[in-house]
Design a protein around this ligand. Structure first.
Ligand code: PLP
Length: 344
């Protein structure tokens, strides 16, 4: 039985064309600044995001953490939504690596409001941790791939910047946000001081992310990347995969969104299952009311060849991507029907 792997959009395997592009990449030692394919990728990403420069890094986590290292010094505070990836899924890195305190706010489906920023700003006082940055996430993973309306993103970024705060945008799935809204990547990135993106999610590359910002900050980021052990040598092989994904797989993202919508509609029909609004390629279902435990759901679907992940005590997540076609969605829908159908 072939499996339909909906655990994450990171599970894709490079296509034949991507592998060919990788095998033919012109490479050099990137720590010496000699890898032309890496430079091509960095220039292309910077151009797309309207930034002066970008830096190729091994992962989205490293991109986010370098941004944290640029934005804050030990003993300062960064404001973010309580569901943020930086807080929930990066191994405590802000504290462990940089001595940063995270201040959380409860956003609306992962999205802060300008008041969250103004409320977090406190007058200088010997008791208070200085707030130095705000981090936002678009699309927001834990909130179910929610997409910030461009105006709201601008308003939050502007409020933070007017107060002298650094704004970091975790744009691991900014490609999806742009595809879903039709708003350009450059516009979505325009309010932020640093922007991270990933190539190994919707774009289907095996490895990599990037951080974009001013040239001065990216020079500092290069230093922090080396300090973290992220300086890589003939890494044009990986950059070529990322470039291929960027050029060939961005336009097809609406297909993933359409398939996720289908899955969401299927799930929403079952009594006791609450589906978070599906806006991009992530579907999160809360099954607290359906009488099945989360582990049981994950195991029952796995037995049908459908892989999903538990996402908190009563939730599970499914993510569509390059390696799931309409037939896979049919199979997943039938399996969901067998697991949830007829329950009340
Ligand atoms: C919103 C968001 N940011 C950052 C990351 C980190 O990416 P990586 O797994 O490449 O470190 C992820 C990964 O899923 C993510 O969903």
């Amino acid at each position: 039985m072939t499996t339909v792997d909906l655990r994450s959009d990171t599970v894709t395997r490079p296509t034949d064309a991507m592998r060919r592009a990788m095998s033919q990449a012109v490479v050099g030692d990137d720590v010496f600044g000699d890898d032309p394919t890496v430079q091509e990728l960095e220039n292309e990403v910077a151009g797309l995001l309207g930034a002066e420069a970008a830096l190729f890094v091994p992962s989205g986590t490293m991109a986010n953490q370098i941004a944290m290292g640029l934005a804050a010094r030990p003993g300062t505070e960064v404001l973010l939504d309580e569901g943020a990836h930086i807080l929930n899924y990066e191994g405590g890195a802000p504290a462990a690596l940089w001595g940063i305190t995270l201040l959380t706010a409860t956003g609306d489906r992962g999205m802060l409001r300008p008041e969250h920023v103004t409320d977090a700003i406190r007058p200088p006082n010997v008791h208070f941790t200085p707030l130095v940055a705000v981090a936002v996430e678009n699309t927001h993973n834990r909130a179910g791939g929610s997409v910030w309306p461009a105006d709201r993103l601008k308003a939050v970024c502007a409020t933070a910047r007017d107060a002298g705060l650094h704004v970091h945008l975790d744009g691991a799935r900014l490609w999806n946000a742009s595809a879903a809204t039709g708003v350009s990547l450059e516009e979505l990135a325009s309010g932020a001081d640093t922007v991270s993106v990933c190539f190994s999610k919707g774009l289907g590359a095996p490895v990599g992310g990037a951080l974009a910002s001013t040239r001065e900050r990216i020079d500092q980021a290069r230093f922090l990347r080396k300090r973290l052990g992220g300086g890589m040598r003939q890494v044009g092989i990986l950059a070529a995969g990322a470039l291929h994904g960027l050029r060939q797989h961005r336009e097809r993202l609406p297909e993933d969104h359409r398939r996720a919508t289908r899955l969401g509609e299927t799930l929403a029909r079952f009594p006791g299952v609450e589906v978070l609004p599906v806006e991009t390629n992530i579907v999160i279902a809360d099954t607290a009311g359906c009488g099945l435990g989360q582990e049981e759901i994950v195991a029952s679907l796995a037995a049908e060849g459908i892989l999903v992940v538990g996402f908190g005590p009563t939730r599970f997540r499914m993510v569509t991507h390059l390696d799931v076609d309409d037939e896979g969605i049919d199979r997943a829908s039938q399996a969901l029907d067998r697991v949830f159908g007829g329950r009340s």
